[in-house]
Design a protein around this ligand. Structure first.
Ligand code: UDP
Ligand code: MG
Length: 316
């Protein structure tokens, strides 16, 4: 079970309790659980809370990242660590109900599918404007890209070893996991549930961050925006050609060269805007290519501070 955590000190004990409630049902299915918390550079007591759990339960593991690398990198770090035949990705804020795990595990074990994924069918508790943009995103994404995303899909899922390995093999830096999960294929089963509000703490997503995430998703899984800019460019060339002909003909017939400069100014602004927009789109692809080409590691692990904490004790 891979659990990315970023400043979740309040949620960790609650999450642990909810998961241990499922231990027995999972054991009945022949599944031994291992919980891998990934601390994504938290600045609160998240790490200490996990240490406390490690003291009482040996199945609790912790991967500590050297700073906040984002949930995508944290999930990758956790999946790398997960050695089990099945892997689950689950949020620590209990928005992904652990009570669904036994059912999900059962479907994968029985060979019914390689992955049981979840989606929320309602968005209650979310600002309506955000829901509106989220729906728009899924519609645009599915139009533009070859991978089809499910509206409301969560990262919460249980996967076979085979699928986990496939996801790990996709080692791109700019990760858009929802797209990668869809891209690797395999047989999926979808479970649906109503939106649940996080139990404590605050969401890490602002509207702006979500917008950037959405753009990243489109860029990572579609080159169609580039074709669209090409199309817009060609369209404008064609229109300007018609206008040039019109102006020449008008000049020859009426001989009035200076009329209409305000409309000209508007057109220049408009065309300049379109050009900048298109260059911006090209720029996004260039910047992604640039950051991939640097091949920086997706995340950096930090040695557990736990050992360091032990040393002063010896001096007492
Ligand atoms: N998270 C993370 N790194 C980040 C942001 C979030 O590991 O930089 C974790 C967070 O602790 C939580 C999960 O990702 O377990 C989902 O985050 P959040 O609840 O903020 O997102 P939402 O559920 O609103 O999509
Ligand atoms: Mg959440």
């Amino acid at each position: 079970m891979v659990v990315p955590c970023y400043n979740e000190e309040e949620n960790i004990p609650l999450f642990y309790k909810a998961v241990t409630d499922q231990y027995e049902k999972l054991l009945e299915l022949g599944v031994k659980t291992e919980i891998i918390f990934v601390d994504d550079g938290s600045s609160d007591k998240t790490v200490q809370k996990v240490y406390e759990l490690q003291d009482i339960d040996s199945v609790v593991k912790l991967v500590e990242l050297s700073r906040n690398f984002g949930k995508e990198a944290a999930m990758y770090a956790g999946l790398l660590e997960a050695a089990g035949d099945l892997t689950a990705i689950i949020d620590v804020d209990l928005q992904d109900p652990p009570s669904m795990l036994p059912e999900m595990v059962k479907s994968v074990i029985s060979g019914e599918c390689d992955c049981v994924a979840t989606r929320r069918v309602s968005r209650q508790g979310e600002p309506p404007i955000r829901s509106f943009f989220a729906r728009c995103f899924y519609r645009i994404m599915n139009r533009l890209s070859d991978v089809q995303l499910m509206d409301g899909a969560r990262d919460f899922r249980v996967m076979s070893r085979e699928m986990t390995d496939a996801i790990l093999a996709v080692s791109e830096r700019n990760r858009f996991s929802k797209g990668i999960f869809a891209w690797v294929g395999f047989k999926k089963k979808w479970l649906e549930y109503e939106n649940i509000e996080r139990i404590a703490g605050k969401t890490k997503w602002s509207f702006f961050k979500l917008f950037v995430y959405a753009v990243d998703g489109i860029i990572a899984f579609s080159a169609k925006p580039l074709s669209i800019t090409l199309f817009i460019g060609l369209l404008f060339c064609f229109i300007s050609l018609l206008l040039i002909i019109l102006i020449i003909v008008r000049k020859l017939i009426f001989g009035d060269p200076v009329s209409g400069w305000p409309s000209l100014a508007c057109i220049i602004f408009f065309v300049a805007g379109i050009q900048l927009f298109c260059i911006g789109i090209v720029g996004l692809y260039v910047s992604k290519t640039y950051s991939e080409s640097k091949r920086r590691p997706m995340f950096i692990k930090r040695k557990s501070r736990r050992e360091k904490k032990g040393t002063p004790d010896k001096e007492h």
